[in-house]
Design a protein around this ligand. Sequence first.
Ligand code: AMP
Length: 420
Amino acid sequence: MNILILGSGGREHALAWAVMQNPKCDKLIVAPGNAGIAAIAECASFDVESGEAVLNFVEENAIDFVIIGPEAPLAAGVADALRAANILVFGPSKAAAQLEASKRFTKEVCDAAGAPTAGYAHFTDADAAKDYIRAEGAPIVVKADGLAAGKGVIVAMDEQTALDAIDDMFGGAFGGAGAEVVIEEFMEGEEASFFVLVDGEDVLPIGTAQDHKRVGEGDTGLNTGGMGAYSPAPVLTADIQETVLAEIIRPTAAEMVRRGMPYQGVLYAGLMIKDGKARLVEYNVRFGDPECQVLMMRLGAQALDLMQAAAEGRLAETKAQWADDHAITVVMAANGYPGAYEKGSLIGGLVGLPEDSMNMVFHAGTSDQDGKIVATGGRVLNVTARGRSLQEARDRAYAMVDQIDWSEGFCRRDIGWRAL
Ligand code: AMP
């Protein structure tokens, strides 16, 4: 099977790593890829957000299966273009990708599905939004409706912060994404992520994880794309997972079918858990990055079979099996991230690190310059390990971190603290 993966982050390196281990994979191309991916697969460069460009590449290279990593090509309708041409693709249609691309859409689907989530109201007018905030009081959550690269959510602990957020959003701080806002009830609790594959009606759980959004140890400082993750998430007990499937995820899948936009791909439910009950915070229509890295570490080569089964509508007859162990990933980022940071610093110490089913350094923002690995992004490396316990996995990951020679980068030293 010739496979194309779209994307360039640690998520796509982990997907490529898992896919490459499956004997079914004859040839793997990743577009655009990065230096770590280039070491295990061919990389190609074209506009991955253009359905036409992707389709041309697929036809020229006899690709049998396309796996779409990030949300942007999904929201741009790349999966639709491929399906229309009868190309096997893993990833939802543009219509179904609204589960991530529009907060309002998601709220309406949850209401129709009876899925527990935060109470909300929706506004296209700043004055009405402010009146609502004054009436409800803080804490309260203000969200730009559209895709804002994870930055369109303000959790306001006081009323003024919420009112200022309205001014920012209607003032264009988030571009088109802020022209509509959703204002939500603040939910307390512990957050965790639940990942399932969906092929229309059928849903197959593939793991749980928790990430670390804040840049600083003890979950302090600015929000980031994610500084580390581990799987499984102990807070998502088997009982809670069953309830989430029954009350949130299956009804969502059924509602999407009812709307004539069946969901197909990975559905990532961000959940808030309090007193043994889960409510939905948000859906994402792709794997989390860095959560994908720990999921792939635990699923290995079967990840390809599972994604193919989802794409072919065979999930009802498919089982996921993973080692009953733990995986952790520690993100190494460029000094200054998530603020301004330098690009181009040299990363040493990577050669000689173990690369096997227990230990992997996935690359996120790197490039290869004359055989040397240099940092080209904010989040640069994902140092990932498995172990019989989370502690063992964590010790292994930090032992690798300590061998990496990169004074221009940093990481959090407390990934996994909540579970430990
Ligand atoms: P979202 O993009 O909707 O996931 O929001 C980003 C982050 O904001 C979430 O991961 C939560 O930490 C927080 N958040 C979003 N909605 C709420 C809510 N209703 N109550 C509390 N925290 C929230």
